[in-house]
Design a protein around this ligand. Structure first.
Ligand code: PLP
Length: 426
């Protein structure tokens, strides 16, 4: 391997600016190494990662078990395409369906692809099982959703920045207010062509909006009553992030480490991505039972890389780590501690108006307008103090560290955050 010249942060940023499309606005930090809850920049400064690649790195950076599964498989067989069988995919499918209690899994690579897959399955089910006339199916979605970046997915986004000048848009979606059961009830009652309801159990990108207690369960019951598929996008909330294996677990006793993970609110279609690979490799999946998944026949849908042997090995290792290290339980306990520490702190701090979240998916609301740069400036100050986080909106900062954090590390992070906010209030 050629030895690469050491690069400064400034040089790396300039290279990306010059040769890369400007489709992101990153914090100016250039990372070159990660381990567990830590990342290091090219100058060697160490940080706590409080974004975890949007919750893809729940198992911590470069988890040795996941990396070794990936390396071993990469040296053995990487890609066959689904034109042939491979000896890893079935094992992964068995493991994941047993973990999440579904009959079948359809493997893809990215979260957006898995969402697209779920929408296609839902529509096909509507025509072939529910009896909706062709091309008439509607899928209900929520305002301020984030489900990815494809043309169809942005068609039902209401973020002007994500949509402007990308039309014409895909039809067949009805948008209702999030966390509003009446809106869902009305939408279901006044249209006989509803095929599905697509929802995030907690709206992550929108700013970590946790719905009211009982919302998901009641929404699921409404869907059942109207023979409409309840589709949970757990790309960000799933895989132990919110203190349970899945956020749709509702109030089941997943704090009990022997919990089977059977969700109280069981979606008809479950969408997973991000931490399904522990951040090592793009792995996503859609899970459903036979009555739904069997509408998909050879040729209907697929992906060259979906279900490749490396993805299968990585996906299985990533789920094993979640179970073996009891990361849902850890996220539950540390999340409680994190929120209670910050809640105490903000009583005496005008800068932050509230703390919210579940497990280790949390956010603070900055007492300023959405257009202000305050949240960004605070993130810059946090960076200087050794902690990396990013605003989701002008005035909301999400805090989502890897779930392999210890209590001592979490308390260290809490004091960095308190110190930074105190400095900033002055
Ligand atoms: C990140 C995310 C997606 C999209 O995943 P990609 O891998 O970026 O395509 C979809 N849904 C939710 C809830 C997400 O957080």
């Amino acid at each position: 391997m050629a030895v690469l010249e050491q690069m400064t942060s400034q040089q790396a940023i300039e290279l990306e600016n010059k040769y890369g499309a400007h489709n992101y606005h990153p914090l100016p930090v250039v990372l070159s190494r990660g381990e567990g809850v830590y990342v290091w920049d090219v100058e060697g400064k160490k940080y706590y990662d409080f974004l975890s690649a949007y919750s893809a790195v729940n198992q911590g950076h470069c988890h040795p078990k996941i990396v070794s599964a990936m390396v071993n498989q990469a040296e053995t067989l990487t890609l066959t395409s689904r034109a042939f069988y491979n000896d890893m995919l079935g094992r992964f499918e068995k493991y994941a369906t047993e973990t999440f209690h579904f009959d079948k899994l359809l493997p893809m690579n990215t979260g957006a692809e898995a969402v697209e897959t779920a929408l296609k399955i839902c529509r096909k089910w509507a025509y072939e099982k529910k009896g909706i006339s062709e091309n008439e199916a509607q899928i209900i979605v929520c305002e301020n959703n984030f489900h990815g970046r494809t043309t169809t997915i942005i068609s039902f986004s209401n973020d002007p920045v994500a949509r402007k000048n990308f039309g014409p848009f895909t039809k067949g979606f009805i948008k209702i207010e999030y966390d509003n059961l009446n809106a869902l009830k009305e939408a279901l009652e006044c249209n006989a062509n509803i095929a599905g309801f697509l929802v995030e159990p907690i709206q992550g990108e929108a700013g970590v909006y946790v719905p009211s207690e009982g919302y998901l369960k009641a929404a699921r019951e409404l869907c059942e009553k109207h023979n409409v598929l309840f589709i949970a996008d757990e790309v960000q909330t799933g895989i132990a992030r919110t203190g349970r294996l899945l956020a749709t677990c509702g109030n089941c006793s997943c704090t009990d480490k022997h919990c089977s993970g059977v969700p109280e609110v069981k979606p008809d279609i479950l969408i997973l991505g991000k931490a399904l690979s522990g951040g090592a490799y793009p792995v996503s999946a859609v899970l459903a039972n036979n009555d739904i998944m069997n509408v998909i026949k050879p040729g209907n849908h697929g992906s060259t890389f979906g279900g490749n042997p490396v993805a299968a090995a990585v996906g299985m290792a990533a789920l094993e780590v979640i179970k073996n290290e009891e990361l849902a339980e850890n996220a539950y306990q540390l999340g409680k501690l994190f929120r209670s520490e910050l809640e105490k702190f903000i009583l005496g701090c005008d800068l932050v108006s509230s703390v919210r979240g579940k497990g280790l998916l949390n956010a603070i609301l900055i007492n300023d307008t959405e257009e202000s740069s305050t949240a960004w400036d605070i993130c810059m100050a946090l960076k200087a103090n050794g902690l990396l986080a990013k605003p989701t909106h002008g005035n909301i900062i999400r805090f989502a560290p890897p779930l392999v954090m210890t209590k001592e590390q979490l308390l260290d992070c809490v004091s960095i955050i308190k110190k930074t906010l105190t400095e900033f209030s002055k």
